[in-house]
Design a protein around this ligand. Structure first.
Ligand code: UDP
Ligand code: MG
Length: 190
């Protein structure tokens, strides 16, 4: 299915001059850039993007909690409390310096881009993935440093979240459909 996904190159990706490298990976895979801009995220936009959604906040908090528990360290805060703390940190982080927002289009682009990003924690991300190749941060290092994990990139995780997130970052008039010359091959019918 042809889908669209939202990618954000977070402040760490822009500051480390990895924009070209990361966008290039998606282009070479066959995915089409249909929107792209360098921008500052306001606190308000950051808050919309990292929505105050209980299920997501719990899932975020669970990740840090599980990483401590795997090391035999018990955590007194519940997942929702940790998730809320991380959400505040994410809102500060994403609005601290420019980011690059991108909409990619292509066959099953949402799932494939997530695979290309790697695990949330770069220290657990496989080589060959964006987070695995260009970062080493971990839940523990981020948590004890009072900041979210610096993992370079955000990518939508479902059709519904892609739709919601694209609408936060782009007006319809900023999204530009066009034909890539290699599409005749990539989507060839026999
Ligand atoms: N995050 C974090 N600690 C956690 C879970 C998440 O710092 O325990 C940060 C991290 O930067 C991540 C973002 O919150 O990219 C959003 O979390 P999510 O679970 O959606 O991970 P992603 O979809 O980015 O892999
Ligand atoms: Mg996510």
């Amino acid at each position: 299915m042809i889908e669209r996904t939202l990618v954000l190159l977070k402040p760490d990706a822009v500051q480390r001059a990895l924009v070209g490298e990361i966008v290039s990976r998606f282009e070479r895979t066959g995915f089409k850039v249909v929107a792209l801009k360098l921008c500052y995220a306001s606190k308000e936009t950051a808050g919309q993007h990292y929505a105050d959604d209980q299920a997501w906040l719990k899932s975020v908090g669970e990740k840090t909690k599980k990483s401590y528990e795997a090391k035999g360290i018990s955590v007194k805060d519940d997942a929702l409390t940790i998730g809320n703390r991380i959400r505040q940190q994410l809102m500060d982080f994403i609005s601290m310096s420019p980011i690059v927002a991108v909409v990619l289009e292509g066959h099953d682009v949402i799932g494939k881009v997530r695979i290309m990003c790697g695990d949330t924690a770069p220290n657990k991300s496989a080589p060959g993935t964006i987070r695995g190749d260009f970062a080493f941060d971990s839940y523990g290092l981020a948590d004890t440093s009072g900041r979210p994990i610096q993992n370079l990139i955000h990518a939508s995780d479902s059709v519904e979240s892609a739709k919601r997130e694209i609408a936060i970052w782009f007006k319809e008039s900023e999204i530009h459909p066009y034909q890539r010359v290699d599409e005749a091959l990539l989507y060839r019918k026999m």
